[in-house]
Design a protein around this ligand. Structure first.
Ligand code: ARG
Length: 461
């Protein structure tokens, strides 16, 4: 048969393929709470403005509550003929309260409706992300505080560079997540204008009150251009970009756990609860959760790409391509939430093998820069020359298979006679990190300063 909403214009109903390609109910049913809330706000406004009688407005509001209660109890029915959440809800409303339901759509279109619903959904998603990221930050800060003075090798090119503290390393991720939270917060600021009342594209002749609906739905005010309002998906893209960038950070952290947990490193024992075994190799404990966080980042970046490409060629205003905006946002959100939860558990419950970390720092000539710095400050040698002298000392230590501070003074003096025994004070990994006390540096004292600052921000003690 022909369509209940627009059947007047059509002699024939849609083919099966048309119904299937057109239907978004399978995914946009996730918007049902937002759709009911926006409809109730719209209805209350129509009643207050006298566009719909107060009796009809009350009947419709009650009816919407009943539909919501049904969805809550039984889920949202998926009927392709009803296409999307908006028509599914309106059609059920009509079954419950009769033809008066038809007054709900006065001065509104699905175009402003879907933009409004989706914004409300993304706004909530942003709030969830902020909470989840704060929890991961708290775990990082707690472990950083515990390991403010634990020594590990710091790397560049994944080659041992200089000793750092584990607390300092973990706080680097705190900082990344702080920027992620700020990106999500920015997205929320730009998002928070209400498209409702923009109608199909041109606005409406009904004397609606857009400020009232905006306020009822927690927006800062109405959007200023109806064409833009119904065809803007920047808010979804802002969300996806923030999510994509956040996923890159989680992926890097996950990668570190994968490397650190491997036997030649042995820096970390991941919790059993976030690892898997092998069906053939009994000794195995695999970092699958971390690997999947790394993998999910690829999918999340794909979601951001998908929506950018969907939007790039669209003329104003609404085109049906825009219905494809929701799956990537829903997918990215689910993947990111799970990834954050996995990394929170990983950070909180892993055992850091500080003995192995210290040993690796000591064996990797990580204090070579300290020797060069000593030659500059104590023997007044130009840094380039000091670098060369130190290189010779490292080569000798490497030949002997010992750490730098295990070279006898006589051997060091054979390389350069200006070296004296005070040098040994700066060749230990502890002296090295303690010396790096510039603001934001790796010295335990700086790490404690930053954990205190972060704990304050997070409201933890
Ligand atoms: N299901 C649609 C979407 O998600 C709702 C808007 C449809 N509007 C239209 N004119 N066909 O985009």
């Amino acid at each position: 048969g022909s369509n209940a909403m627009w059947g007047g214009r059509f002699a024939e109903g849609p083919s099966a393929v048309m119904a299937e390609i057109n239907a978004s109910i399978g995914f946009d049913k996730a918007l049902w709470r937002q759709d009911i809330a926006a409809s109730k706000a719209h209805m209350a406004m129509l009643g207050a403005q006298g566009i719909v009688s107060s009796g009809d407005a009350a009947t419709i509001a009650d009816g919407l509550d009943k539909v919501a209660a049904e969805y809550e109890a039984d889920g949202v029915p998926e009927d392709w003929a009803l296409e999307d959440i908006h028509m599914t809800t309106e059609s059920r409303l009509a079954e419950l309260i009769g033809p008066v339901a038809g007054r709900l759509h006065t001065g509104r279109s699905r175009n402003d409706q879907v933009a409004t619903d989706f914004k409300l959904w993304v706004r909530e998603a942003i709030e969830q992300m902020d909470g989840a990221l704060a929890a991961l930050q708290s775990a990082l800060v707690q472990r950083a505080h515990e390991h403010a003075a634990s020594i590990m090798p710091g790397f560049t090119h994944l080659q041992t560079a200089q000793p750092v503290t584990l607390g300092h390393h973990l706080l680097a991720y705190y900082e990344m997540l702080e920027r992620d939270r700020s990106r999500f917060a920015d997205a929320r600021v730009r998002l928070n204008r209400s498209p409702l009342g923009s109608a199909a594209l041109a606005g409406t002749g009904f004397p609606i009150d857009r400020n009232a609906t905006a306020q009822a739905l927690g927006f800062d005010g109405p959007t200023h251009n109806s064409l833009d309002a119904v065809s803007d998906r920047d808010f979804a893209l802002d969300y996806l970009m923030a999510a994509a960038q956040c996923s890159l950070h989680l992926s890097r952290l996950a990668e570190e756990f994968v490397i650190w947990a491997s036997q030649p490193f042995g820096f970390v024992r991941m919790p059993d609860t976030l690892s898997t075994g092998s069906s053939i190799m009994p000794q195995k404990k695999n970092p699958d959760a971390a690997e999947l966080v790394r993998g999910h980042a690829g999918r999340i970046v794909g979601c951001a790409t998908a929506l950018m490409v969907t939007m790039k060629g669209l003329p104003l205003a609404y085109s049906k391509d825009m219905q494809d905006d929701k799956p990537p946002v829903f997918e990215a959100h689910g993947l990111l939430e799970l990834s954050i939860a996995a990394m929170t558990g990983m950070v909180a419950d892993s055992t850091f093998r500080t003995d192995r970390m210290r040993q690796a720092a000591e064996l990797g000539y990580a204090t070579a820069t300290d020797l060069a710095d000593w030659l500059v400050t104590q023997a007044d040698i130009p840094f380039r020359e000091a670098h060369h002298i130190t290189g010779a000392a490292v080569r000798l230590a490497e030949e002997r298979g010992v750490a730098l501070d295990a070279l006898p003074l006589a051997d060091l003096q054979a390389i350069d006679k200006r070296i004296d025994d005070r040098v040994f004070d700066s060749l230990s990994v502890d002296a090295s990190v303690a010396a790096r006390s510039s603001y934001g540096g790796t010295a335990p004292q700086q790490v404690r300063l930053q954990t205190a600052h972060a704990a304050d921000r997070l409201g933890i003690t």
